[in-house]
Ligand binder design. Structure first.
Ligand code: ZN
Length: 451
């Protein structure tokens, strides 16, 4: 990094940030209170609240959200008339999974091969530290030129929607001119990346019935309408020969305009077995960021162990449809229902029901906030140009914020690059990424205030 006072301050503050991240990682803040004591999450929430108070935040509050978890809020007033920026992270983490498979204990931040290992180190306790480092660097170099709101969620990984409901009930709380969601990641280490789109999702349950009861497959098989066979056929109708998603009436030809995702890199990232082909059409980025993608999440039918020689009278499945930006998730859900009903063979009885839904998101990458971020990234990553990536999954809060504050510019950055292995065993964060992204966030706030 070129010599820049903000960058020098962040570099000097990094050892302290490591010690603080170790404290935060030590809380087993999994928001599944049947498995992990709630006191662990409360400890992490209080840690974040104390850290904000120490940075002169006013109105620091640990908020009880409707799902029984807590989000931490703080407000740092800036100069009179300044813009307001909301910084988001979450302090809850995924469970450690197989603790024995970790090379070092999941809740002890451990340095190894230039990375810091621990559950939540990248996703998203590192994001909390990124926000703190950015603010400290500005305070040490002339001050924070915007009003800052921080919100640290306590149940992001559970998907229980506590903060979303709370924000809907208190829409004034998180109003901002720009929002930085510190929960995504660079496309690879060292390549500054802003996530500009998220796919939405609709989930449909399909039930097929053909008989009043199961029948013996020897006596009746061959003529009796088999509900499981009908379900298999209707599910198969959701794919073309190359495996791409086919839902009647749903466009499948969109192209991704940003970053290219190399096919070999994707094979490695996705851990595809040798000799097995990818599915779908178009580029990898088209497939995972710009086009709809169907996945059968579950099928109710007899398990292999204990199966009897029976023709099934009924069968059901749960089908997920990831919906790209530009497509309305409600409309896509209706098309999926209609498709499943139309493709059910043999006059079998079919019922479909939408059981979950989230809209896709697309940021305005031509906005002043994006220019401010691109200029900041150019200083933090002097040899690289900021890239635009999509994300196949969804961040429901992002849609809630976009809906509540349609005028706010939303930027998604963070520490969860592929090597971080978030949600897996041996999660880690790159200290260089923490350093650079903290510098970028600080300079973003400065650029944005001046713009
Ligand atoms: Zn996360």
């Amino acid at each position: 990094m070129s010599s820049n006072p903000v960058a020098e301050t962040v570099a000097a503050l990094l050892p302290r940030a490591k010690a603080e991240l170790a404290e935060l990682v030590a809380f087993k803040s999994v928001a599944d209170f049947a498995q992990f004591p709630k006191s662990e999450s409360e400890g992490a929430a209080n840690w974040v609240a104390d850290a904000l108070r120490a940075e002169d935040f006013t109105d620091v509050a640990v908020l009880d959200t409707p799902d029984g978890t807590q989000s931490v809020y703080g407000y740092l007033p800036g100069p009179a008339g300044a813009k307001t920026v909301l910084l988001y992270a979450h302090y809850d983490v995924q469970p450690p999974l197989d603790e024995a498979a970790w090379t070092s204990p999941p809740f002890e931040l451990t340095e190894r091969d230039g990375r810091w290992y621990g559950r939540g180190a990248a996703d998203c306790k590192g994001g909390v530290l990124m926000h703190l480092l950015a603010l400290r660097a500005l305070k040490a170099n002339g001050g924070v030129p915007v009003n800052v709101k921080v919100i640290a969620e306590g149940s992001e990984e559970m998907g229980t929607g506590g903060l979303e409901r709370y924000a809907e009930q208190h829409p004034e709380l998180l109003t901002a001119d720009a929002i930085v969601i510190g929960d995504t990641g660079n496309f690879r280490v060292g390549l500054p990346t802003v996530t500009t789109t998220l796919r939405g999702m609709t989930m449909v349950r399909v039930q097929i019935d053909t008989l009043r009861g199961n029948l013996h497959s020897g006596q009746f098989g061959g003529a009796a309408p088999d509900a499981l066979a009908a379900l298999i056929r209707v599910l198969d109708s959701l794919r073309a020969e190359d495996g791409s998603t086919r839902v009647d009436g749903l466009a499948q030809e969109a192209h991704w305009e940003g970053l290219a995702y190399d096919q070999e890199q994707f094979r490695t990232d996705a851990k595809v077995l040798d000799g097995v082909g990818l599915i779908g059409g178009g580029s990898v980025a088209d497939r995972i960021w710009a086009r709809p993608a169907v996945t059968v999440l579950g099928i109710d039918c007899p398990p292999v162990v204990g199966a009897t020689p029976s023709v099934q009278a009924g069968a059901r499945a749960l089908v997920s449809l990831r919906v790209p930006p530009g497509v309305d998730a409600t409309e896509a859900g209706k098309l999926l229902q209609a498709h499943l009903e139309a493709h059910t063979p043999w006059g079998a009885r079919v019922r479909t029901e939408v059981v979950g839904q989230g809209q896709p998101f697309r940021a305005d990458s031509a906005s002043p906030a994006y220019r401010a971020m691109a200029d900041a990234m150019a200083v933090a990553y002097p040899d690289e140009t900021m890239q635009y990536a999509g994300q196949g999954g969804s961040i429901p809060l992002c849609n809630t914020l976009a809906g509540l504050y349609p005028q706010a510019e939303i930027l998604l950055i963070g520490l969860s690059e592929p090597e971080a292995q978030i949600h897996a065993v041996n999660e880690s964060v790159s200290p260089q990424e923490l350093e650079r992204l903290s510098v970028a966030e600080a300079l973003f706030l400065r650029n944005y205030a001046a713009g």
